[in-house]
Design a protein around this ligand. Structure first.
Ligand code: Z16
Length: 829
């Protein structure tokens, strides 16, 4: 281990001496002070980015006061901490979140106004921290904020990607991926902690060293390559500044940035090769959600951040504890999906090989320390690594996995009489597809608790991927339904609704979101309904402005806004939604006299760069939009809009502006969904299948206040067993048949009439995602929505009930459940 430059006892921190003031005068003065002495600009010469930086630094100081206190309190209490290991944290912007959680919004805005600077404008300049793909990464970000709000002492551990999720542009209707560069102007939120750095090894050999008499030989791993992991810390402040937790992201650096030998001997380029290779590890986020990336670099990333985090956890533990034998009492490590699952083997290596612990004790501690969250059942998303790659990169961890596997299999045979098929099912090694390490199995057996992210998903986990492991360990799987933070997704994204709620039911819901239910009795109050509708209209006008600015398409805020935003994936069925738009277009043209409900269909989302069908769906949405929007025959009855570059900040504008939220995945395939929760909390009515958390949303909101349609998960499974294909369904539904014909004959792609032959052909020949199977039910349900729209009082009543009844889907509730049932932090959260 390298020497610790700050190993000397830290000086006691005197919070009161350094506390920064919250009043407007002090803030105004300090902002200028930052501008002058940290940035080197006078107010007169400062540009807007300088103001952003000055405000950020000023707000940051206030967080630091709380942060240092939290650290001291934590150290003094010796209580249990949570380490949330996640390859992704999809944070978005931090400034508004920080200002809101410190309750500083009016003061900061007021202070800036003195210099004629607009806080809202400044906030928009901050780049999104887009260190994630979608739901999984955003969940990690909501959880970090909720842990800090609820008071669960936690560390987030992840990767400081230089380039986050790619920027999407649409060129001639198709997705183009451009590199994202969030660190271009520096990152005022992070603190580099060079003293917190660890060596991470790759490759090399394992040698057996004869140990003391009577003890087994020790294994010594001598990696061929070594890379340095350097910590960057970002404080995450909770509601009312009560707690501040740390997001610790690792950056890879070469041990010797320039190999002096090579450099001195004149090989300047050769000397840089190693540093390039090292730094490549944290260069870029893999942009595939729900699909295993499979490259060596990805496995390097996974091991890199797992090992760094574990070494850090161990070092911090040993700062205040005698030994590692009580590690599981002091820290709980949550594995966010299998991306950090190699941690199970790495912790065993650190305990046994490096710290000399007996295998059995190490295994007990490891299992008590880890827990694992599964986020998908899709077979193509489950991680498994070819043995030869794993062995070459991580030879010692491979040995450990074999040893764990042997023990688990022995136990399964002895205790439960498992044989052939069931042994193959639980084995950490998949022997069928060229031998592979199964990361889900590794995470499962290495954890004391395994959870799904919605009730349905958890049930399906028990029946499918983990059927045999569930039989072996029947108490291990539990459910923890996802949630979203109401601070970002209600208070910050929807200030209009937040003020209205404050005026109507008081401020209690800000601290305890369950109190939002008090607004239920106003659902039948005509005056309140009108004000609720006015807020929605304003939010829609704001989105209409964005659409107009970015796409030069004008949409009417009084039309029904029907919105589907999320990653583009076949199972999420944006295609079904587009087909409905085409069918509607057809009907409007052929029955112009009908009293159609004016609709704006909004789409946004990114496709993985290598996912061709998903990219075709984006292309189709854009093609359909172009044709429909320029057809005078539809007048303003139907508009289709694809907004490019969906990200957290755009979501904050979109979620409050929806009348209908589309949650239409093939039942059984969306593990939970979290966008569904953000929409409903902001008063959109959901049209959805009985999938993921939609099921529980229906239970909370009431089935009369949500539009449920389509096959259930078990019906989908049955149809697939029966060998369903779309052809007969399509041939029996003229509406669907004609819409598909229009798409496949080039009505929307005259420049390339065959562009969508493949996409449409799949529906006829296979319809794996049950799009044809669910079409009629979807269409009928949309028309029911039209009918309800004609009765604004009823619509708004239901919308209000959605807002009133969504509080259970707060990530505060999720975090409390994790803390009570899995982490056992003992915090009375
Ligand atoms: C992801 O975002 C999710 C699953 C997965 O395997 C990989 C990624 Cl990047 C999503 C689920 O699709 C979604 O249903 C769920 O709400 C979310 O994870 C958080 O649990």
């Amino acid at each position: 281990q390298r020497p610790d430059p700050d190993a000397a006892a830290p000086l006691p921190h005197d919070a009161s001496a350094s506390r920064r003031s919250y009043d407007v005068d002090a803030l105004a003065e300090e902002i200028v002070e930052k501008l002058t002495y940290s940035i080197g600009k006078s107010p007169a010469r400062a540009r807007k980015y300088d103001w952003l930086r000055a405000v950020t630094l000023t707000v940051r100081d206030r967080i630091i006061d709380h942060w240092l206190e939290a650290e001291d309190a934590r150290a003094a209490s010796g209580g249990k901490q949570v380490a949330y290991l996640s390859m992704e944290f999809l944070i978005g912007r931090l400034l508004r979140d920080a200002i809101n959680n410190l309750n500083l919004t009016t003061q900061v805005a007021e202070a800036l106004k003195r210099y004629n600077v607009d806080l809202d404008m400044i906030e928009l300049l901050e780049p999104d921290a887009a260190l994630g793909n979608g739901g999984l990464g955003r969940l990690a970000a909501c959880f970090m904020e909720s842990m800090a709000s609820v008071g669960v002492p936690g560390f987030g551990y992840g990767i400081r990607y230089v380039h986050g999720f790619f920027r999407q542009e649409i060129a001639d209707g198709a997705q183009v991926e451009l590199p994202e560069n969030w660190l271009l102007h520096g990152n005022p939120w992070e603190f580099e902690r060079r003293e917190r750095s660890y060596e991470i090894g790759f490759g090399g050999k394992v040698t057996s060293v004869v140990g003391e008499p009577g003890k087994p030989p020790r294994q010594l791993w001598r990696p061929a390559e070594r890379v340095l992991a350097v910590a960057y810390d970002t404080p995450i402040v909770g509601w009312r500044g009560a707690h501040v937790n740390t997001l610790r992201l690792w950056s890879a650096q070469a041990l010797d940035p320039i190999l002096l030998d090579a450099f001195n001997s004149g090989d300047h380029i050769g000397a840089l090769v190693e540093s390039n290779k090292a730094e490549a590890i944290t260069r870029v986020l893999y942009p595939a959600d729900s699909h295993q990336a499979g490259q060596e670099l990805r496995l390097r990333q996974e091991f890199f951040f797992s090992s760094a985090s574990l070494q850090d956890i161990i070092r911090r533990h040993l700062e205040t504890n005698e030994s590692l034998s009580n590690l599981h009492d002091k820290v709980s490590i949550q594995l966010n999906d299998t991306h950090p699952a190699v941690s199970v083997a790495e912790l065993m290596r650190l305990l046994v090989d490096v710290h000399g612990m007996e295998w059995d004790e190490a295994w007990e501690i490891t299992r008590q320390t880890f827990s694992y969250t599964n986020h998908t059942l899709l077979p193509e998303a489950l991680e498994h690594w070819p043995i030869h790659l794993f062995e070459r990169l991580l030879p010692r961890q491979m040995q450990i996995i074999y040893a764990i596997n042997a023990a688990v299999i022995r136990q399964a045979m002895e205790s439960k009489g498992f044989d052939g098929g069931r042994i193959a099912a639980i084995s950490l090694i998949d022997e069928n597809n060229g031998r592979r390490v199964r990361m889900g199995q590794l995470a499962f057996v290495g954890s004391h608790a395994v959870n799904g992210v919605s009730a349905l998903h958890t049930d399906l986990m028990k029946e499918t991927v983990f059927h045999a492991l569930h039989e072996l360990y029947p108490d291990r799987i539990q459910n923890k339904t996802n949630g979203v933070t109401p601070r970002r997704w209600l208070m910050e994204a929807n200030p209009g609704l937040t003020s209205l709620l404050k005026e109507t039911i008081g401020e209690g819901f800000l601290d305890d979101i369950s109190k939002i239910r008090d607004v239920e009795r106003f659902a039948t109050d005509a005056g309140f309904r009108d004000r609720f509708a006015a807020v929605k209209r304003e939010n829609k006008a704001r989105l209409a402005d964005v659409i107009s600015e970015r796409l030069a398409i004008s949409v009417d805020p009084d039309a029904l806004f029907d919105i589907q935003v999320k990653r583009i994936h076949e199972y999420k069925r944006q295609f079904l939604n587009i087909i409905e738009a085409v069918a509607l277009y057809d009907q409007i043209r052929s029955q112009p006299a009908t009293n159609w409900t004016p609709r704006v269909k909004v789409f946004a989302g990114k496709a993985a760069p290598s996912y061709l069908q998903a990219k075709e769906i984006i292309h189709l949405a854009n093609d359909v939009a172009r044709v429909i929007n320029s057809d005078p025959a539809v007048r303003d009855l139907l508009k289709v809009v694809f907004i490019p570059n969906y990200n957290v900040s755009l979501a904050e504008i979109i979620m409050p502006a929806a009348d209908i939220s589309e949650q239409i995945s093939t039942a059984g395939l969306e593990a939970s969904g979290t966008g569904n929760m953000k929409f409903a909390l902001n008063g959109a009515l959901t049209i959805g299948t009985l999938d993921g958390a939609n099921v529980e949303m229906r239970d909370h909101i009431g089935e009369e206040n949500i539009f449920i349609f389509g096959l259930t998960a078990s019906e989908v499974a049955q149809r697939r067993r029966e060998g369903h294909s779309g052809r007969s369904v399509i041939e029996g539904l003229p509406l669907l048949r004609d819409a598909l014909h229009a798409i496949s004959s080039g009505v929307f792609s005259p420049d390339e009439p065959n562009r969508y032959n493949g996409l449409v052909g799949n529906l006829y020949n296979n319809d794996w995602w049950m799009i044809a199977a669910d079409f009629q039910s979807y269409w009928d349900t949309q028309r029911r929505a039209d009918a309800l729209w004609a009765d604004p009082a009823e619509w708004n009543r239901k919308a209000i009930l959605n807002t009133a009844r969504m509080s259970w889907f707060s990530s505060d509730r999720s975090i409390r459940e994790y803390a009570a049932d899995i982490w056992r932090t003992g915090t009375d959260a």
